[in-house]
Ligand binder design. Structure first.
Ligand code: AMP
Ligand code: MG
Length: 398
């Protein structure tokens, strides 16, 4: 049986990177960048005026002049005017600094009459004030984004400012989410006393969507070897990633591992020393498809999906790993079995700025209703059985 860390490593080793594709800028949000983005030009590309007002020569102001004839008006997008000595140019935010000007006085500090601007008494100006100097943010050619960046709104601005209408990102995998179990009935269908609502499928798809994986379809299969073989074979043909739930434990109808094996999916591991989710199974299909078979108990399914499937997809997308997060336990926790414990928690921060994990008790790994309002889960190390209040533990947000 692998540890949680060994299982993560085994998945990472076994999966191949997803291909890349070119997408328009408008579709790039949340995707993983697969090319560097370099500055097209200096930023700002010219000495940029930062206030509406007048542009003048600092030497004139420094020499005592306070009233300036208005020579012209220059807006953002106009080519630079050339300032004559002793005069000023009305200037707007975003315009380039006129030739010969080196000082901006804001409009709030001047009075305009008879074609001249007069600066208020006692006003103090500095050389190059309110000028955002050419190249002062970065120079042309500077690398602004690295491959592996998950594209956020600010990155969209960077890509646009680099002049790129489209960009190379990781292709989104085609994912099939397969719920197994004779007892499962979809919402909206009549249900009998001995049956269970099918909730894992929609929840797993929701989690995948939340992390940006949109190309997901669901199938529900009975615990029947022939049906499982036929349908899973088809899904293996059509998808890059399979996420199954149920049918991987020791029950007489837990056919998933044997069916996957028969279909040529090479098992990488079966079982991880963790609770919930101990029976988890992982393998690689004949076309290098990643096959995650998660235990069916809803808490196990969601925790295993978040802990293994989501990071594996991010890694195969080439995403740079994020910084690990930690929280301090807000109460003592005793956990007896020699297994890593994934403990759902709410998060609060105290006045000292420490993130506190408030464990939420689940009544067995079937009790998914207690997960509502939780922010994620903490991982308690397999070596220990008692965790004191204040212990710092790894945190994984949903
Ligand atoms: P299994 O892993 O197939 O042994 O299932 C363990 C428990 O989880 C059983 O009580 C199942 O009824 C329940 N379960 C399995 N799959 C689902 C599902 N898709 N939605 C809700 N509950 C499920
Ligand atoms: Mg089952």
């Amino acid at each position: 049986m692998l540890t949680t860390v060994e299982a993560t490593h085994a998945i990472k080793q076994a999966m191949s990177p997803f291909d890349s594709e070119i997408v328009p800028l408008g579709s790039a949000m949340g995707r993983v960048l697969r090319q560097p983005v370099n500055a097209e030009r200096d930023q700002p590309p010219f000495d940029r005026v930062m206030m509406d007002g007048i542009a003048l020569r600092f030497a004139d102001f420094d020499g005592g002049q306070r009233k300036f004839a208005i020579q012209s008006r220059q807006h953002a997008g106009d080519t630079a005017h050339t300032l004559e000595a002793g005069k000023c140019i009305e200037i707007m935010t975003g315009a380039c600094l006129p030739e010969g000007a080196d000082c901006i006085v804001p409009v709030e500090r001047i009075t305009v009459s008879d074609g001249a601007a007069e600066i208020e008494a006692g006003y103090n100006a500095d050389l190059r004030q309110h000028v955002h100097g050419r190249g002062s943010d970065h120079t042309g050619g500077t690398q602004l984004l690295r491959p592996g960046t998950r594209i956020a709104p600010a990155d969209i601005a960077i890509i646009a400012s680099a002049g790129l209408p489209e960009i190379e990102v990781s292709r989104l995998p085609t994912v099939r989410v397969i719920s197994t179990g004779n007892e499962l009935i979809a919402p909206g269908k009549p249900i009998e006393a001995h049956q269970i609502r099918e909730s894992n499928g929609p929840a797993v798809i929701a989690m995948l969507n939340q992390h940006g994986y949109d190309d997901c379809q669901h199938d529900h299969l009975a615990d029947d070897v022939v049906i499982l073989e036929n349908r899973i074979a088809q899904h293996l043909d059509e998808a890059d990633v399979l996420v199954l739930s149920g049918g991987v434990s020791m029950g007489k109808a837990d056919f998933v591992p044997q069916v996957l094996k028969k279909l040529g999916v090479e098992v990488k591991f079966h079982k991880i020393s963790q609770r919930p989710g101990k029976p988890m199974w992982f393998g690689i299909g004949p076309r290098k498809q990643a096959v995650f078979a998660l235990p069916g108990n809803p808490v196990s399914t969601l925790v295993c999906c978040r802990h293994y499937v989501i990071p594996a997809l991010a890694n195969a997308s080439g995403a740079s790993p994020g910084n690990p997060e930690f929280a301090a336990l807000a109460q003592d926790v005793a956990f007896r079995p020699k297994l890593s414990c994934f403990l759902p928690t709410r998060l609060v921060s105290n006045a000292a700025g420490t993130l506190l994990a408030l464990p939420v008790h689940t009544n067995t790994s079937g009790d998914f209703a207690s997960l509502t309002g939780t922010d994620g889960y903490v991982e308690l190390a397999l070596e220990d059985t008692f965790f004191e209040t204040g212990t710092t533990v790894p945190l994984h947000r949903w």
